[in-house]
Design a protein around this ligand. Sequence first.
Ligand SMILES: NC(=O)c1ccc[n+]([C@@H]2O[C@H](COP(=O)([O-])OP(=O)(O)OC[C@H]3O[C@@H](n4cnc5c(N)ncnc54)[C@H](OP(=O)(O)O)[C@@H]3O)[C@@H](O)[C@H]2O)c1
Length: 289
Amino acid sequence: MPAATFDVPFLLGMMRLHEAPALHDPEKLANWIEARLEQGLNWFDHADVYGNGQGETLFGKALKARPSLIPRVNIVTKASIANDNPAPGSGSVKHYNVSPEYLNNAIDSALSRLHVERLDHLLIHRPDLLMDVEATGRALDDAIEAGKIGTAGVSNHLPSQWRRLQSAMHQRLGANQIELSITHTSPLFDGSFDELCSDGQTPLAWSPLAGGQVMQGAVGRCLEKQAADVNGSPSAIALAWLRTLPRSPVPVIGSVKPERISDMLNGPTSLSREAWYELLEVARGHCVA
Ligand SMILES: NC(=O)c1ccc[n+]([C@@H]2O[C@H](COP(=O)([O-])OP(=O)(O)OC[C@H]3O[C@@H](n4cnc5c(N)ncnc54)[C@H](OP(=O)(O)O)[C@@H]3O)[C@@H](O)[C@H]2O)c1
């Protein structure tokens, strides 16, 4: 099966799903998923650690309740963070793990929780400093060749880390999910965004509204002004700011509220140079040199 492409205005991040009790009933979540699909939003971004597996489990129960949704959804999920949030005094240590045993178990567990036969995209969530690159590269290649995952990718990696992993794989790494927003621009200034682009990866921008921060203060006011100029919404302008970059990064949004999701669809696909640099200037508190 060919690798799926991110042909959507944004991915729907599922990090906050377990905090939305109104969507915990499988039928209600199935209705919510169906409404998103009708808006053309068919990529859902999960991780095994979201709600300690609860995010994937809730989603899988909704798919099980309405199996007709299964072929219509595309899934990103992530693995490598082990013992997230250990209970105080439990003796467990949070760590990263990309060993073949860990990854194979993480893939099988995610397939079972999500109630799907394939993960369209599996991302290594955080780089494991103890990675045996040959073993991890082979495990990812094998999972793709077995049809358990469509494509492998990375998140929060340095260019040297993803290149070392790529050098041990014959399949190409696909998506590269980085923290990127108007108020988190370091990848644009430390060279890592350029390196991702030149390596031909698809940039995915997590926390594109900086968890809601960009909607406040001077940046929020500038977004409102630009939104009024085009009769769009401020959140849609914040996403257009990202998409204006080379290779058009695909935002991974966090709100699961339908009205906010609709707002984010209401705006331009890109910004003029002046509008783009105005937001950068307001966020950094100074104009470019
Ligand atoms: N790869 C990684 O390491 C990593 C790390 C973090 C996140 N992620 C992914 O990125 C996704 C998004 O992260 P995020 O939740 O921080 O993203 P975000 O879209 O930057 O922030 C969403 C937050 O902003 C709030 N918000 C305030 N005003 C809003 C408005 N007008 N429109 C929309 N939202 C508004 C939302 O509140 P309400 O909920 O009340 O709407 C929500 O709490 C996650 O779900 C996850 O899939 C990946």
